[in-house]
Design a protein around this ligand. Structure first.
Ligand SMILES: Cc1ncc(COP(=O)(O)O)c(C=O)c1O
Length: 421
């Protein structure tokens, strides 16, 4: 690979997605914030269409329409769910619902899935999954008197399929697993694991937070049963934007949501005496949808659909390949080690590096205008979002990383991790 900045600029010049950068704020077209923002997998940039979409809802629907706009709000969770299903998740209409947080959706679908597998007393997860997933699994299992099989997973390479195979038997009700690991970006084989679990009669509940909008998910083709995920990362829905949940059509009537809110009722405004679940995906609704924030999710989902997930994944691989090659060349001599799978087919769109002073390096990078993320125990995570990150941004970010190591200026930053991040 040609590792010159000119070669990176040439990749930008031939990038079919290059035009999407100007659809985001903070880029050159609106003055630019000058940041090398490599944290699109934590919080995506603001799409330029989002403020107008939000003010349409605020000024027209709320300001002028008042409660008369209710009719257009009530179906938003499924309407925007269908936008995600079709353009991003490879699911069928009526299989995706937008609302609540990823944590709450995980809780709902986990309990619903356990209810659909009576007599089974084990939930499988990995010891290295995102904390909220592990905490929810542990809490639900405790309340249900079930056992958790928490499998060891390599923090850089992900779960070994043989480890999972050995843990699957007729006692397992549900497997909870991230498709792309939050720290390393290691990608699990969604279709193969779905089949493996089905062979023992178990369901898999996928956390797609780090794969949605960055790699093809193709839930229908994989025959996936259940999934949840965030919309504020690669979908650019904004801070705290509502999450989504997916339930395979054929499974929906079998599953009962553990939160019997009126938005999951068959005839919500009948105000009836008892809960009766709606048919289809709507039964997983709970309460009044976050209408404002949902408008931002729609803008983000449509942008990803327009760019096309195949092209985004291809660029994501190329961006992270470049970061890895530069890391080998410039950072490895200073003791920085790749902490993600080297094979692009086994990664999502982010890449992680290991160094004992990762906390200081992360703060030093931020101080020099590069925005990565620190992840415990000692990792620097780079999430170049293919919709708006250029190859030269990766090159420049890695160049500043190298400079901080060469002059040891990162050592001026506190070595102790601050508690807020
Ligand atoms: C894999 C994964 N799951 C869940 C979450 C958090 O979900 P919530 O929106 O409920 O905070 C994150 C947040 O970064 C995540 O990375």
């Amino acid at each position: 690979m040609d590792l010159t900045r000119d070669a990176a600029a040439a990749l930008d010049a031939s990038d079919p997605l290059a035009g999407f950068r100007s659809r985001f704020t903070g880029t050159e077209d609106d003055g630019g914030d000058g940041l090398l923002y490599l944290d699109g997998n934590s919080l995506g940039r603001l799409p330029r269409d989002t403020p107008a979409a939000l003010s349409r809802v605020v000024e027209e629907q709320w300001g002028r329409g008042l409660i008369g706009s209710w009719a257009s709000w009530i179906g938003e969770a499924t309407r925007i769910g269908d936008v995600l299903a079709d353009g991003v998740l490879g699911a069928r209409p009526g299989e995706v619902l937008v609302g609540d947080s990823t944590s709450v959706n995980l809780y709902k679908l986990l309990l619903a899935a356990i209810g659909a597998r009576p007599g089974r007393d084990v939930v499988v997860c990995t010891a290295d999954d995102f904390p909220t997933d592990r905490y929810i699994v542990a809490g639900v299992a405790e309340a249900q008197g079930m056992t958790v099989r928490e499998l060891p997973a390599d923090i850089d390479e992900g779960l070994d399929p043989a480890t999972l195979a050995a843990a699957l038997d007729e006692r397992v009700a549900v497997v909870v697993l991230s498709h792309v690991a939050y720290r390393s970006g290691a990608k699990a084989d969604l279709a193969a694991i779905t089949r493996q679990a089905r062979d023992v009669g178990a369901l898999v509940l996928w956390d797609l937070s780090h794969s949605v909008g960055s790699v093809p998910v193709e839930l229908a083709a994989a025959g996936a049963d259940l999934a949840v995920g965030c919309t504020y990362k690669y979908l650019n829905g904004g801070p705290g934007s509502p999450a989504f949940l997916y339930v395979r059509r054929e499974l929906q009537d079998e599953l009962r949501s553990p939160i019997r809110g009126w938005f999951g009722h068959r005839d919500q405004f009948a105000m009836g005496p008892a809960y009766e679940p709606a048919a289809g995906i709507e039964r997983f609704g709970v309460g009044t949808p976050p209408v404002l924030a949902s408008a931002a999710v729609e803008v983000g989902a449509r942008l990803v659909a327009e760019a096309a997930i195949g092209r985004l994944a291809e660029k994501g691989s190329a961006l992270t390949d470049l970061a890895i090659a530069l890391g080998d060349e410039w950072l490895a001599p200073h003791g920085v080690v790749l902490a993600s799978p080297r094979d692009p087919a086994r990664r999502g769109s982010h890449v992680t590096f290991h160094h004992p002073a990762a906390w200081q390096l992360t703060q030093a990078l931020i101080g020099s205008g590069v925005v990565p993320d620190f992840r415990t125990p000692d990792r620097v995570r780079l999430g170049p979002a293919p919709l708006y990150t250029r190859f030269v941004d990766v090159w420049d970010g890695m160049d500043r990383f190298r400079a901080l190591l060469e002059d040891a200026s990162f050592e001026r930053y506190p070595a102790e991790r601050a508690r807020v991040t």
